[in-house]
Design a protein around this ligand. Structure first.
Ligand SMILES: *[C@@H]1O[C@H](CO)[C@@H](O)[C@H](O)[C@H]1NC(C)=O
Ligand SMILES: *[C@@H]1O[C@H](CO)[C@@H](O)[C@H](O)[C@H]1NC(C)=O
Ligand SMILES: *[C@@H]1O[C@H](CO)[C@@H](O)[C@H](O)[C@H]1NC(C)=O
Ligand SMILES: *[C@@H]1O[C@H](CO)[C@@H](O)[C@H](O)[C@H]1NC(C)=O
Ligand SMILES: *[C@@H]1O[C@H](CO)[C@@H](O)[C@H](O)[C@H]1NC(C)=O
Ligand SMILES: *[C@@H]1O[C@H](CO)[C@@H](O)[C@H](O)[C@H]1NC(C)=O
Length: 469
């Protein structure tokens, strides 16, 4: 498997991009800037067959592999009050979570499940009572299995209508209290992982000699799925703007997964390959959102495999995002594909061969203990870089840590954890314990702590004295 996929296993890299001596505090950011943390429905809620919820493609997918599943996860469905209390104690200003489509609308369309509806109303109410702004993601990899079985989910245009109807229920039922909506999470990498590489649900790809999916076509389906995602996003967004925005006064956007991309060498071809990778990975989604069409570099390579926007669709997609969510964890090197030794295994045609460039990971470090100093250094460096960008004119509005609490991870199950709160998944009560990063974020958010290295050292000695784990 190519290096790219390892990124899913180890998100944590330590960035030394900014100097730690440039201390800053919460108050250096605009007051309306939002600091939060995130989870998603399947990874946090558990209770997969309770109160009327039916399976999503993610349930099916996780049960076909031996790396755990979200059947129980953090049991957020029952423990949401406890978790919101932890968020409040941390001083979180916002919480990003997703709605399980099959909890709300078990058959994918039609009948609304009153218990699912009540759960999300209660969660949103609990957040608001504690002064935490809900940021809702409508779709986070968990398509109703019934729609997958009926017509193939995202590779069929029928998804646009069903997704829009699901979004309509969410806007109508939750929109008075929710002002921030992301339609689809990591749309670009979702299309690649699910339809080119096959390691995310529903697990489609073309056969190779070393890995076979049950079905799929890596040279066509990712583009078809991506196209339908853009159209579904645009359709939901248009509905929001026509029917809800004037009274609910919220914003709606799409999120993409973004690596930092750096040429592997200072050669011209690696520099060009890096630009091409930017076009393929980001321009694929961003150019239509801004200009209503795909980047020329992609059109050249895709040829007839490229879905085409009709004039009407192009107009609909153009300007359909009030904001763009950037999911970012790490930076990779980019090398022109043909400048390397040809692979011994015959390559299938997929997203990455089309891109004509390979991504090479930098060494990564992972920290799963309660004393997660590397995580603090990472978050601190990241927030510092965001502040620099804002000072430099970037209109960035918020920052969310992934994740608020250890959750079930798509590719690594419970093996790696990214939470600021540890969850003991072997303990029937799923006990939550703060990691050092939770204390750091608390201090940063309450403005009593700037982020100089001495603070971390001090906190660490205090923490080891009081830690029970
Ligand atoms: C994928 O679809 C293309 C275009 O229809 C076709 O030429 C190719 O053979 C298909 N590949 C596989 C692996 O099915
Ligand atoms: C995948 O399927 C192809 C034929 O479609 C076969 O040649 C190959 O050996 C299979 N690979 C694995 C790992 O089963
Ligand atoms: C870089 O890759 C492209 C496309 O894969 C290829 O056409 C080109 O010859 C390569 N350039 C060099 C200098 O190897
Ligand atoms: C600020 O913007 C300039 C011009 O785009 C760029 O060269 C510089 O690297 C940026 N600095 C930071 C800290 O982002
Ligand atoms: C997790 O819970 C189990 C069962 O209650 C317990 O035996 C174990 O010591 C706990 N692990 C940690 C690290 O607290
Ligand atoms: C601010 O956060 C720090 C670090 O977690 C904590 O020790 C302190 O009690 C908090 N202060 C207030 C006023 O909440």
């Amino acid at each position: 498997m190519r290096a790219f996929s390892h990124l899913f296993f180890s998100f944590l890299v330590i960035l030394f991009a900014i100097s730690c001596s440039d201390a800053f505090t919460r108050n250096d950011f605009p007051e309306e800037f939002l600091f939060g943390a995130a989870t998603s429905a399947y990874q946090w809620e558990g209770a997969v067959d309770e109160d009327g919820r039916t399976p999503s493609v993610w349930d099916t997918f996780s049960h076909s592999y031996n790396r755990g599943n979200g059947d129980i996860a953090c049991d957020g469905y029952h423990k949401y009050k406890e978790d919101v209390k932890l968020m409040a104690e941390m001083g979180l200003e916002a919480f990003r979570f997703s709605i399980s489509w099959t909890r709300l609308i078990p058959k994918g369309r039609g009948h609304i499940n009153p218990k699912g509806l009540l759960f999300y109303k209660n969660l949103i109410q609990e957040l608001r009572t504690h002064g935490i702004k809900p940021h809702v993601t409508l779709y986070h990899y968990d398509l109703p299995q019934s729609l997958e079985d009926e017509y193939g989910g995202w590779i069929n245009r029928k998804i646009i209508k069903d997704f829009t109807a699901f979004a309509d229920v969410c806007f109508r039922e939750f929109g008075d209290d929710v002002k921030l909506w992301t339609t689809i999470n990591e749309a670009n990498i979702f299309a690649i992982a699910s339809y080119s590489e096959g390691f995310a649900p529903p697990g489609h790809c073309s056969p190779t000699s070393f890995f076979n999916c049950s079905t799929g076509n890596s040279s066509t389906e990712p583009y078809l799925a991506g196209h339908n995602m853009l159209l579904a996003h645009a359709s939901a967004s248009k509905l929001y703007k026509l029917e809800y925005k004037s009274k609910q006064r919220g914003s709606i956007g799409l999120s993409i997964y973004a690596f930092g991309l750096t040429p592997y060498s200072n050669s011209k071809e690696d520099e060009i390959a890096t630009q091409r990778a930017k076009d393929f990975l980001f321009g694929w989604m961003l150019k239509p959102l801004v200009f209503g069409d795909y980047p020329d570099a992609m059109k050249r390579v895709w040829g007839s495999r490229l879905p085409v926007f009709s004039e009407e669709e192009s107009e609909k997609v153009k300007g359909s995002s009030d904001f763009v969510g950037i999911i970012h964890y790490t930076t990779v090197y980019v090398r022109n594909s043909t400048s390397t030794t040809p692979s011994l295994i015959p390559r299938r045609q997929d997203f990455f061969t089309d891109m004509g460039a390979e991504t090479i990971c930098t060494p990564m470090k992972h920290s799963s203990t309660l004393q997660d100093t590397p995580r603090i250094e990472y978050i601190q460096a990241y927030i510092g870089a965001v502040l620099n960008a804002i000072k430099n004119g970037s209109d960035t509005r918020g920052y969310f840590v992934w994740s608020m609490i250890d959750v079930y991870e798509l590719l690594s199950g419970y093996m790696y954890s990214y939470g600021m709160y540890h969850v003991n998944f072997s303990d029937p009560s799923l006990k939550r314990s703060p990691k050092l990063s939770a204390s750091w974020y608390t201090g940063f958010l309450n403005g009593t702590m700037d982020v100089s290295p001495q603070d971390i050292t001090q906190m660490q000695s205090h923490f080891s004295g009081s830690s029970s784990l």
